[in-house]
Design a binder for this molecule. Structure first.
Ligand SMILES: [Zn+2]
Ligand SMILES: [Zn+2]
Length: 303
């Protein structure tokens, strides 16, 4: 099952050096989830050849503009492009008022429905579930209420050993039962042991998106052993004081988080405009956590 994330925006605060404010697309089993929607997200989607119409669920971490200023434009374009299928938006409650005010004064009546789901600030909740994955909020420590998101794949059915089933000419109508782990009683007293014809499916993977936050221990328990951790790394560690003042994280701290929770891989982003080149941030993180990559716009990372 496909489980990958494409970086749409990697900048903090303002667009700079061709970097755009935060936005990511998660693809889980060919369903597309938008995580944050900074200014320029639409342009970026076009640049990377991604159809906005494929987005059915949006998660907004908090109401600093660099995480949602692109949303009104995206929603308006969906309307103008004839969208009729509904869209779900998980976000701080006030975003509903903001969007409604903008639509009201432009006398826009959307052709499609926005199913707005307010996020409870300050608590961890499972907010979404479908056949492929669950999504929980992660309580971040930022200047205003802010949620990260943990995306966890669901355990799949058992995998068939097709070669063996074909060799023994087992009728296909039995396959769904085998996938569900059942032994089979065939006519004539033949018993097929499930373990001989199937394998366990892959362990479910998880992707944790930690947007703006002070690095502290409060949210680490939810990140334990995640397959991939995205963590903001706004500054180099020499700017620790500034990071603390603004409730942000340094590259070194992001790597320490990844190490403490036993993450498989670390992706760092939300880079300050003070850094024209990002290599020093990567090098700093790698001194603590080797499996670190920079969140580069347009790149897709397999989780
Ligand atoms: Zn931000
Ligand atoms: Zn912020």
């Amino acid at each position: 099952m496909k489980f990958e994330v494409t970086i749409i925006g990697s900048s903090s605060a303002t667009p700079v050096y061709n970097r755009n404010p935060s936005a990511q697309l998660l693809n889980c089993n060919e369903k597309i989830y938008l995580i944050d929607c900074g200014e320029g997200t639409q342009q970026q989607l076009m640049k990377f050849g991604i159809k906005a119409s494929k987005i059915d669920v949006v998660f907004i971490s908090h109401l600093h503009g660099d995480h949602y200023f692109g949303l009104i434009g995206l929603l308006s374009s969906m309307h103008l492009n004839g969208r009729i299928k509904p869209i779900k938006i998980f976000a701080p409650a006030a975003l509903k008022d903001i969007l409604e005010l903008q639509f009201k004064h432009s006398e826009t009546i959307l052709r499609y429905n926005i199913d707005f789901k307010p996020i409870e600030p300050g608590q961890t909740t499972q907010i979404f579930e479908n056949a492929d994955l669950t999504v929980e909020t992660i309580v971040m420590n930022h200047r205003i209420p802010c949620s990260g998101f943990k995306f966890t794949q669901k355990k799949r059915l058992r995998k068939l050993i097709v070669e063996k089933l074909e060799q023994e000419q087992i009728p296909v109508e039995y396959f769904p039962l085998l996938k569900r782990g059942m032994d089979l009683d065939l006519p004539g007293g033949i018993v097929l042991r499930n373990a001989d014809y199937t394998m366990d499916s892959d362990e479910p993977k998880s992707y944790c998106y930690c947007s703006d936050t002070l690095a502290d221990d409060s949210y680490l328990s939810q990140l334990q052993n995640c397959t991939m951790l995205y963590h903001e790394a706004t500054f180099l560690h020499e700017m620790l004081e500034r990071a603390n003042q603004t409730h942000h994280t340094t590259a070194l701290q992001a790597a320490e988080v990844a190490k403490k929770v036993g993450a498989g891989k670390l992706l760092i982003g939300h880079f300050s405009s003070r850094y024209k080149t990002l290599l020093p941030l990567l090098e700093e993180a790698k001194t603590v956590f080797e499996h670190t990559e920079l969140a580069i716009e347009g790149n897709t990372y397999h989780i």
